[in-house]
Design a protein around this ligand. Structure first.
Ligand code: NAP
Length: 284
């Protein structure tokens, strides 16, 4: 079946919504677009999209991508209850996702999702969607949604994609903040950030390799010190804080990292492996 003939509607044409609509158009889907500020649709209409005067004019699979849950709620209200399949790709909380699913499911079908990509990557191999909601609905629309990026269905509960998205965003922000804090230390030492990139990429690759083993330890609640203890890490953490203070680089992040490890050590995990720190984030 040529799924590129499936009609789609994109509601919300900000940076991301515009990229979603453009990817559908490139793939040949009959694409309807709507945005609160209609002028943002002009170039898409010039490329062949149909402009909807209101969300109620949507046809086919409806993709919503707006700024927040307030905007999603208002778009869903304007969409009406014509029994459509709706995929919300706006970042919302799991609670909001479940609220929207309850509303849409009275007549139609609802999937909630997060976009793991920047707008320029949408429609390329570098984009992925994490989606949740009824498996049968996902299966029905999987090929159409694959136009935007690789799909990963994480469960029937519509709130689960937002939970996964939040965990992923925490990981992304933590990595980026570590990189930026490191860049500040390097900069204060006269080293450009660009010089750190090869080493930084090696570190990220190494950490990525550790994740399956660490996740297994977290799920089992056992933290063998098979690759260095928390107390060993603490020595290096103290070095980073000491050097930051000497360079005049703020220590909020490095100090927090050290404080968490100190708390884990004081709780009896000084000789445990690094994943024991998960208990400092509330998992016992
Ligand atoms: P954006 O450029 O700020 O666009 C926001 C969109 O929401 C605009 O179309 C805006 O319409 C619309 N909007 C705001 N309030 C509205 C309301 N009350 N009713 C109807 N429409 C309303 O944001 P974005 O970057 O596209 O982000 C959209 C979503 O994608 C967010 O959840 C974001 O987390 C997610 N996302 C973005 C990226 C990224 O790199 N940009 C990456 C991954 C995920 P107007 O044009 O009329 O203001």
């Amino acid at each position: 079946m040529n799924t590129a003939t499936n009609p789609v509607t994109v509601l919300g044409l900000g940076q991301m919504g515009h990229a979603l609509a453009a990817a559908f158009l490139r793939a040949g889907h009959p694409t309807t677009v709507w945005n609160r500020t209609l002028a943002k649709a002009d170039d898409l209409v010039a490329q062949g999209a149909t402009l909807a005067a209101t969300p109620a004019d949507a046809t086919g699979l409806v993709v919503i991508c707006v700024s927040d849950h307030h905007a999603v709620r208002s778009v869903l209200d304007a969409l009406g209850d014509a029994g459509r399949a709706v995929v919300n790709l706006t970042s919302v909380t799991p609670t909001h996702a479940r609220e929207f699913a309850t509303k849409v499911n009275q007549r139609g079908a609802y999937l909630d999702g997060g976009i793991l990509a920047v707008p320029d990557a949408v429609g390329t191999a570098d984009a992925a969607l994490v989606l949740s909601g009824p498996r049968a609905v996902y299966d029905e629309h999987e090929a159409t949604l694959a136009t935007l990026g690789a799909g990963l269905h994480v469960g029937d509960d519509p709130g689960l994609s937002a939970t996964h998205e939040q965990a992923g965003l925490l990981l992304m922000w933590s990595m980026l903040n570590g990189f930026l804090n490191g860049a500040a230390i390097l900069g204060a030492s006269g080293v450009p950030a660009a010089a750190s990139v090869p080493f930084a990429k090696m570190m990220i690759d190494s950490v990525a390799d550790w994740l399956p083993r660490y996740a297994d330890q977290i799920d089992r609640g056992t933290y063998p010190a098979d690759d260095g203890t928390i107390d060993t890490h603490l020595v290096s953490m103290a070095n980073v804080v000491e050097e930051s203070e000497a360079l005049g680089v703020p220590t909020e992040l490095s100090g927090l990292i050290k404080a968490l490890a100190e708390r884990a050590s004081a709780a009896g995990h000084g000789g445990s492996g690094y994943p024991a720190l998960v208990e400092q984030f509330g998992k016992s």
